[in-house]
Design a protein around this ligand. Structure first.
Ligand SMILES: Cc1cc2nc3c(=O)[nH]c(=O)nc-3n(C[C@H](O)[C@H](O)[C@H](O)COP(=O)(O)O)c2cc1C
Length: 396
């Protein structure tokens, strides 16, 4: 394949190829990979193929309206940037670049707890809505500190991810020595260094950026107010399970809207409504946690049937084209969260790569709408698609 620049890439798969060339294998596989046999990772994308469009032809569409509102705030098109941990390893701009580009595109950005940039700097970089995604890494005190900082900085919603009681088994990371490269001593790193040295462009920018960043928003005792050093996140996550009970105390610390991310069943959708979630995201963490769970687009109709109308429903997982976004909206999502689609752009070319990813998705959505004969994303509904009937069966 010829060398690409962000302005010449045609689709998200091209950005993925660019990212694969620019960053070391350990970083690329961390971004690209999933859990165990990666069944859910593959299925998240493939399941979109089971949905076919039912267009209305010979319709004058005029100006296509891509705007929608999420948690009462207007966004320019129905895709928000999902929380992606360790974005600063992909490119020094990391989370700041993600937020800034989202803001310029008129949409929202969700900052992961696993962030190498201070949340205040991330918020300051964007004019658009910014939400903070909370893990209980570092314990309750660290979480309360982060919640308070997020409130002061102007984050408008808290996203609580509930599908990570332990880090998923990402076999690619073990093969690549990712943990040794991030936290090990020189001897532990040695076997894995040659691969890194063959990506000098990435390596120089990483070293100029100060090397492995701290978790700037997880402040724990004994670190003099600094962020927690990069650690074995597997261990940290195991000690930071979020339960429905925790969501009740978090409610007391955070008076703004709460979004619960990681719903896959009608039952959990109802529990999220019971604890007062203003929105939920139907999500399996991009196939990175429990493998062999349902593709999220497949789980969406069950959750919509159970709690549609009682909370705003978002979904994430497998979005690689604007047509995927349109299909999710037809099945009842208000908007989607994109993870890898923009993170490939970040790893490929920093801000320019994220901007190109968003431009591609936006143009795709508009073209798809015109081809469907539908003038607004808010008018999309099930009548524009056909999908397997068993998806719609709500589980009691
Ligand atoms: C590299 C990477 C890191 C992620 N880190 C987080 C995280 O820190 N917190 C979180 O809630 N979800 C995290 N996710 C999951 C995403 O928010 C989202 O659910 C997922 O990427 C959606 O699937 P997609 O990548 O196919 O769009 C991460 C995903 C990726 C790819």
């Amino acid at each position: 394949m010829k060398k690409l620049s962000p302005s010449r890439v045609v689709n998200i798969a091209d950005l993925r190829s660019m990212a694969k060339r620019r960053v070391p294998k350990a970083v690329f596989d961390y971004l690209d990979g999933g859990a165990e046999g990666e069944v859910t990772l593959r299925e998240n994308c493939r399941a979109f193929d089971d949905i076919v469009f039912r267009p209305r032809h010979a319709v004058a569409v005029g100006d296509c309206d891509l705007r929608t509102t999420v948690l009462g705030t207007e966004i320019s098109f129905p895709a928000i940037l999902a929380p992606v941990g360790y974005s600063r390893l992909m490119h020094p701009g990391g989370e700041v670049s993600g937020a800034r580009t989202a803001g310029k595109a008129g949409t929202g950005y969700i900052l992961s707890t696993i962030s190498g940039h201070r949340l205040e700097n991330v918020k300051a970089a964007t004019q658009g809505p910014a939400w903070y995604q909370l893990y209980l890494v570092g314990g309750r005190e660290a979480a309360e500190g982060a919640i308070e900082r997020a409130r002061k900085a102007g984050f408008s919603a808290l996203v609580i991810t509930i599908d990570t009681p332990v880090a998923g088994m990402r076999e690619r990371d073990l093969h690549n020595g990712t943990s040794e490269l991030l936290t090990g001593n020189l001897f532990a790193k040695l076997p894995y260094l040659p691969e890194v040295l063959t990506h000098p462009g990435w390596l120089i920018s990483f070293l100029l950026d100060g090397g492995v960043p701290r978790l700037e928003n997880v402040v724990v005792a004994g670190e003099n107010g600094k962020g927690m050093p990069m650690l074995d996140v597997g261990t940290a996550l195991r000690e930071s399970v979020v339960t429905w009970e925790d969501i009740r105390w978090i409610r007391h610390s955070w008076s703004g809207p709460i979004v619960i991310k990681g719903i896959l069943t009608a039952d959990d959708g109802r529990r999220a409504v019971d604890v007062g979630a203003a929105a939920i995201s139907v999500s399996n963490h991009g196939g990175r946690q429990l493998d062999n769970v349902s593709a999220t687009i497949r789980a969406l109709p069950e959750v919509v049937a159970a709690v549609g109308g009682q909370t705003e429903i978002l979904m994430d997982g497998g979005i690689r084209r604007g047509a995927d976004i349109v299909k999710a909206l037809c099945l009842g999502a208000r908007a989607v969260l994109c993870g890898r689609a923009y993170a490939y752009g970040l790893a490929a070319a920093g801000e320019a790569g994220v901007a190109r990813a968003l431009e591609i998705l936006r143009e795709d959505v508009e073209r798809t709408l015109r081809l469907l004969g539908c003038s607004s994303v808010r008018e999309l509904n099930e009548s524009y698609v056909r999908f397997p009937s068993e998806w719609a069966k709500a589980v009691k």
